[in-house]
Ligand binder design. Structure first.
Ligand code: B12
Ligand code: SF4
Length: 480
């Protein structure tokens, strides 16, 4: 009998994806940690390999796998790591051909038909994974038919079968805290914009699931209705992380932490009342938030807010169905400045209606807006998003791309990785504009002096150098 019911693996980033690591930091993999905690509570033996943090190579993984000898393996599948999943899956299947390999996460949810064409993958879990994974282990252990497990697609005699839709968990307080005890919590760190203390241990926490908006470039697997955890439950998790792992820096991972302003303020008040003394950052929309909220955020230790600003052209914002105005963005960044919160604005270059003029508008807008940090990502259609579906319907691109070039799918800054153009601009033109955007935004004397004046510790110096290194490497990398 295998020693372990389930081994959950967070795959490593491809070796050439150091940019993502440098710019985003390394956060605990919440998705598989929630699943681990849930199935553990149901009595199953589970372990996690966060290979994004540990970076085992193929040989080391083979050794590790033989020692663990699990009954089932579950991989989190993200945009950039499909190839890493397939590499490890082939090692696993060579050692244990009959093992069940299961994938889950945003990509598995949206591209399961294509993913299941790989002989290495047996089951794809769609959407929220906790209950589904628990039922799957049960079914596999008892040799039951998988057709009774809701929320999956799987192969049976070379045909892909889909089961009934899995309903979302209504009360997410029911979920145990992520199984932090199965991670090496001292391995994680945040990137410069989100890291405030020199304490190495950081926590990622999610207080809600779902997003009611319909931005056409986004795919959200948790549904349109936001489900909130109770404030009490959130505070208990922060206390637990602080006490057990000495975590003082947090990243709040909710799609829009500020959506329900009163709720966000209540969480802030409880952080203060309980003297939690933490520093953190969160995601918000530019159209949310009053003076009262920003004040509460600062008092509770929030030091940076990430906004999806997307474009400096109102036409493009409308085209992306973002539902915000340029004025909203200006107002939010101004509120951040007033309340001493860093603002981090992310822009997308090269979405279907973008052209040279709208991209120049975006670069100008970003400079004038002057958030503390700006990110200029090249557009890539995310599977499951409206734009992805539209492009596919119009046959603008076809799935062969994904089957043959997973590794190219979508990596942060790297110019080699933009697979095809969807706007009127060529890949070369887009990359030139992206370089221009970063250069003109960051390499301004005002910006550089501002960053230098803010340094308070060796840790911050290191974070800043890491960011600067990414930018300089990017500036000089060649466009193929
Ligand atoms: C933190 C975060 C990051 C972090 C780290 C991710 C990590 N360590 O997990 C960083 C900054 C690195 C990051 C980077 C990117 N991210 Co990100 N990120 C997030 C964020 C904010 C939180 C993730 C999280 O912890 N969620 C909470 C957990 C509970 O949910 P979950 O991970 O989805 O897990 C559940 C299910 O997916 C499923 N599941 C997950 N894994 C598995 C495995 C198995 C075996 C099973 C059965 C089920 C299962 O069950 C879980 C529990 O219900 C989400 C938005 C969000 N609120 O979820 C975006 C999100 C995941 N990111 C997204 C994107 C687009 C990116 C980038 C491509 C951005 C960019 N411009 O480059 C990069 C590339 C990432 C990559 N490797 O490919 C999209 C994904 C869209 C898509 N269709 O794929 C999301 C959904 C944001 C959005 N709304 O657009 N990200
Ligand atoms: S981009 Fe943000 S606000 Fe828009 S749908 Fe996605 S998660 Fe929601």
């Amino acid at each position: 009998m295998p020693n372990l019911d389930l081994l959950l693996i967070n795959p490593h980033q491809p070796p050439n994806n150091f940019m993502l690591k440098a710019s985003a930091g390394l956060t605990p993999p919440l998705g598989i940690s929630y699943i681990a905690a849930y199935v553990k509570r149901n009595g199953f033996q589970v372990e996690i390999l966060d290979n994004n943090a540990l970076n085992l190579d193929g040989n080391q993984f083979e050794e590790f796998f033989k020692k663990k000898d699990p009954l089932i393996v579950g991989f989190a599948m993200y945009l950039t790591t499909v190839n890493c999943v397939l590499d490890f899956a082939s090692i696993i299947k060579k050692i244990k051909p009959d093992i069940k390999i299961i994938v889950g996460g945003a990509l598995a949810t949206n591209l399961y038909k294509d993913i299941l064409k790989s002989a290495l993958i047996d089951v794809a879990v769609k959407g929220e994974g906790e209950r589904t994974m628990s039922e799957l282990i049960n079914a596999i252990k008892n040799g039951n038919d998988l057709s009774q497990v809701k929320g999956i697609a799987y192969k049976e005699n070379d045909r892909i079968r889909e089961t009934a839709e899995r309903e979302l968990v209504e009360n997410i307080d029911e979920m145990p805290f992520p199984a932090y005890e199965l991670l090496q919590m001292d391995k994680y760190h945040l990137s410069a914009p989100c890291s405030f203390t020199k304490n190495k241990n950081i926590g990622a926490i999610i207080t809600s699931r779902g997003c009611p908006y319909s931005c056409s470039f986004c795919s959200n697997i948790f549904g349109k209705k936001i489900r909130y955890r109770s404030e009490k439950n959130v505070i208990a998790e922060i206390k637990y992380l602080k006490k057990t792992y000495n975590v003082k820096d947090f990243l709040f991972c909710d799609d829009t932490f500020t959506h329900d302003e009163d709720k966000a303020i209540r969480i802030c008040e409880l952080i203060v009342k309980n003297k939690l003394d933490i520093l953190w950052s969160c995601f918000s929309r530019a159209d949310r938030g009053s003076e009262k909220l920003y004040k509460a955020l600062y008092q509770a230790g929030c030091r940076s807010i990430f906004f999806g600003a997307e474009s400096g052209s109102q036409k493009i914002l409308d085209n992306l169905n973002k539902g915000i105005t340029l004025n909203d963005i200006k107002k939010s960044v101004a509120l951040c400045k007033k309340h001493k919160l860093s603002s981090f604005c992310s822009f997308i270059l090269g979405s279907p209606e973008d052209d040279i003029n709208t991209i120049e508008e975006t670069i100008d807008f970003a400079k004038k807006l002057d958030p503390d940090y700006a990110l200029f990502g090249l557009f890539h259609p995310a599977p499951g998003s409206k734009i992805f579906n539209d492009l596919q319907r119009k046959n603008v691109f076809h799935m062969d791309f994904y089957k043959t070039k997973w590794e190219n799918y979508f990596l942060f800054f790297s110019p080699r990785l933009l697979p095809f153009e969807v706007s009127s601009l060529s890949k070369k033109e887009l990359i030139k504009l992206q370089k221009k955007a970063f250069r003109e935004f960051y390499f301004r004397p005002k910006k550089i002096v501002g960053f230098l004046l803010r340094i308070r510790s060796f840790h911050q110096t290191k974070q800043l150098l890491r960011g600067a290194f990414s930018l300089i490497t990017f500036e000089f990398c060649k466009v193929k």
